[in-house]
Design a protein around this ligand. Structure first.
Ligand code: NAD
Ligand code: DAU
Length: 376
């Protein structure tokens, strides 16, 4: 059993879907179902006994403690967060509340649960005839949940490192933490709390810091899905400032595989950078998406989608460049992304073309009705 938080959001839901496609191990999915949480993304898991979606807040100590006590997960993977930089600029309060206070409360609930776990593997497992093999991590073996086998994996972002100049080397895990937006500051604070809970209390934690994700089920307020849905609707494609800001892009399924690998074999207390070695200027992303749409769903008037590009006022405090050095994860844990940017972006555009209903329900707000009906 694992407990995933924020598993109705973009990355968390992809993680849960992939996890249950690969494992028989049940998932408790705790999600507040904010505007970013979309149970329709998890519709294929309806009736699957291995998946339980619980609507609730990571900051609700009573609820989280009860879930931990009842389900005895061997790991907690914390995706839950307010995640959109623009929203953090207009209203930072929710970011402080969920990303900092929520993570603090979650850590305290988890610490108390972890302290209740046995120090040694349970005796009855040894006498049950189960044979332990070195290929099978202790933590994956039913009945062998101990303090040492438990894991708390905190999912974080490259934005905690701040902004790079054009020729700076990519961020490594040893970079200073210099967050610039309310979002990244709140994530950096949560990373510090996780680190402190390891050093002070011995909680077995792992942290990942990943670059920009893209792929299926991405909420269309973020650059890539916004471009696709606006382009198809004939709306402007807003480019902040000069469009020369650089991000490193990783297909969401590759982020999920990195998290699984860190969970399996990461060294306790360590942070692992996750990235795709795909630095791109925003304007290049816009042109790539337009070119793919020209090919896959040409405009009826025969004109190119790039005619819809509109330069708009820049984001305040806009970080100029992020770049991730993922060599620690690659060399220590043997992780590699499977998608190049070219293959991943084509799959992503095609996914949005193939799933107009998911998009329409997000745009109309109908996915919220579904939340009301099912979970309140
Ligand atoms: P998202 O906004 O799509 O999803 C966040 C999910 O968390 C939603 O389902 C929401 O309902 C839930 N949530 C919010 N507040 C909650 C609370 N108090 N209690 C329980 N659930 C709550 O975000 P995402 O893009 O999927 O990001 C997931 C995590 O990965 C975040 O921690 C984010 O900081 C991190 N991250 C994201 C990216 C990216 O490119 N999207 C890159 C690196 C790291
Ligand atoms: O780097 C990882 C981070 O990537 C995650 O931690 C965040 O949760 C995630 O939202 C993302 O943050 P960004 O701010 O980089 O993503 P966003 O899609 O909002 O913007 C990507 C770039 O595109 C950024 O430089 C701002 C720019 N942009 C964005 C939007 C929405 C535009 O030019 N126009 C737009 O309309």
């Amino acid at each position: 059993m694992i407990l995933v938080t924020g598993g109705a959001g973009f990355i968390g839901a992809n993680f849960v879907l992939d996890w249950l496609a690969l494992h028989d191990e049940p998932v408790i999915n705790l999600d507040k179902l904010t505007y970013a949480g979309n149970p329709e993304t998890l519709q294929s898991l309806q009736g699957n006994p291995l998946h339980t979606l619980v609507q609730g807040d990571i900051g609700d100590v009573a609820l989280v403690s009860q879930l931990l006590k009842t389900h005895q997960p061997r790991a907690v993977i914390n995706f839950a967060a307010e995640s959109h930089v623009d929203r953090s600029i207009h209203g930072p309060g929710e970011f402080i509340q969920t990303n900092i206070v929520g993570t603090f409360n979650l850590l305290e609930s988890v610490r108390s649960y972890w302290q209740s776990l046995p120090d040694e593997p349970a005796k009855q497992a040894a006498s049950s005839g189960a044979t332990a093999t070195s290929a099978m991590p202790t933590s994956a073996m039913p009945g062998k949940l101990t303090k040492a086998s438990f894991r708390f994996l905190h999912v974080s972002t490259d934005e905690v490192y701040g902004s790079l100049a054009k020729d700076d080397p990519a961020f490594t895990e040893r970079n200073h933490i210099e967050p610039n937006s309310p979002y990244s500051a709140s994530k950096a604070a949560s990373d510090h709390l996780v680190r402190a809970w390891h050093h002070t209390y011995g909680l077995p934690v792992l942290t990942t810091n990943c670059s920009n994700n893209y792929g299926p089920y991405h909420f269309p307020e973020k650059l890539i899905p916004l471009l696709i849905v606006n382009a198809l609707a004939g709306k402007p494609l807003p480019v902040y400032g000069d469009g020369q800001q650089i991000r490193d892009w990783l297909f969401v399924k590759d982020h999920c595989s990195a998290i699984r690998r860190v969970l399996e074999a990461g060294r306790l207390g360590e942070t692992y950078n996750v990235g795709g070695w795909n630095e791109k200027a925003n304007l290049d992303i816009v042109h790539t998406v337009c070119a793919l749409l020209d090919e896959l769903r040409p405009r009826t008037d025969g004109k190119p989608y790039q005619d819809q590009i509109t330069f708009v006022t820049d984001r305040p405090g806009h970080d100029r460049r992020y770049a991730i050095d993922a060599r620690k994860l690659e060399s220590e844990l043997g992780w590699r992304p499977t998608e190049t940017f070219e293959t991943g972006i084509r799959k992503t555009v095609q996914w949005y073309l193939d799933n107009p209903e998911w998009v329409a329900h997000v745009q109309s707000g109908a996915y919220r009705d579904w939340v009301q009906k099912q979970y309140t």
